[in-house]
Structure formats: C-alpha cells, structure tokens
Design a protein around this ligand. Structure first.
Ligand SMILES: [Zn+2]
Ligand SMILES: [Zn+2]
Length: 168
C-alpha cells in the first residue's frame, strides 16, 4: 500500500501526541488514540457532523499563553490549525481531518450545540431536496409536483417579503 491517496495504510496512522497507532475504525467513525490522548475525525466526518463549527476560534490570547504548537496532521504531517478554548483544544487540517484533544469533542459539541444542530438540520434538508430532485428527474410525477410546490412556496414567500418592503 502507498502512503498517499485513498489507498494509504490506515494502520500506520499514529496519534499526533504519543505516536501510538490510532484505533482502526470504519468510514464515518472516530479514531481514538488507545492511550486516551484524543480522537481523530476524517475530513468527510468533520463536514458531515460539524461543518464550519470546527473552525470557530477560541481566544487567541489563550493559544499564545498556552505556548502550545499545533499538532501535525496524521496524514500530511503538516501543522494543523489549532483553536484553543478555555477547556478544550481542537486541531484541524482542512484536507484531512480534525484532532480533538482528550475529551475536547464532548465539550465542543456541548458549547456549539445550537450551531451544530443548525448544521445537521441543513444537511438533512439538502439530502431531502436531493432525493426529491433525483426522483423528479427519474420521472416520478409526485416528485415533480412536490418540487413545483416547493418552488411556488418560495416564490410566494419572496413576493410577500418584497411587498412588505424587504429588499430581496
Ligand atoms: Zn496518543
Ligand atoms: Zn493533513
């Protein structure tokens, strides 16, 4: 197996803190360090579960005061971007994934619950719209009607907004 690309050997991917190989998990699952240093989430998982919430910055003074250098990405080995919050730190490589130190993920999900909830609702909406469009393209009359109704609702809502003086 190659060290690069989709066929890299997941068994060699090690904890950025203690270098122990990370627990191997299926796609869409977190990969913890067996020694408890933290958890790795691949880029697809980050996009699916948390979206841009992962990059909400902590207090930059904390990062400076902690004097901590960002952990290297487990795949490309480049330093990740770290966001340091009062009780947790997460490191993010845009191309490959995010590293949550120790119990950072639970704290992050708790602190940004509203934003993450919104992100998941949007993902669900996207999936449902895609399903509707796919069915309409495949020729389902019900899906075509459903899609037409959604567009009409949108047009009517826009008209109401314009009539109430909102610039849209
Ligand atoms: Zn470790
Ligand atoms: Zn990387």
């Amino acid at each position: 197996m190659s060290d690069h690309g989709p066929y890299r050997d997941a068994a060699t991917e090690a904890c950025p803190t203690c270098a122990t190989p990370l627990v191997i998990a299926g796609p869409g699952e977190l990969r913890p360090c067996p020694r408890g240093c933290g958890e790795w989430a691949a880029a697809a998982l980050v996009a699916e579960r948390w979206g841009s919430a992962i990059d909400i910055d902590g207090d930059p003074r904390l990062r400076w005061r902690s004097g901590r250098t960002p952990a290297p990405c487990i795949i490309c080995k480049r330093p990740m971007r770290n966001t340091v919050h009062p009780s947790w730190t997460v490191h993010h490589c845009h191309g490959h994934g995010a590293w949550f130190e120790t119990d950072a993920r639970a704290r992050f999900e708790q602190q940004f619950a509203a934003i993450i909830g919104q992100h998941r609702a949007e993902r669900l909406e996207e999936a449902q719209m895609l399903e509707l469009v796919t069915a309409a393209v495949a020729g389902s009359p019900a899906a075509v009607r459903g899609l037409a109704n959604r567009l009409l609702e949108l047009e009517r809502a826009l008209r109401r907004l314009r009539e109430s003086g909102v610039p849209v």
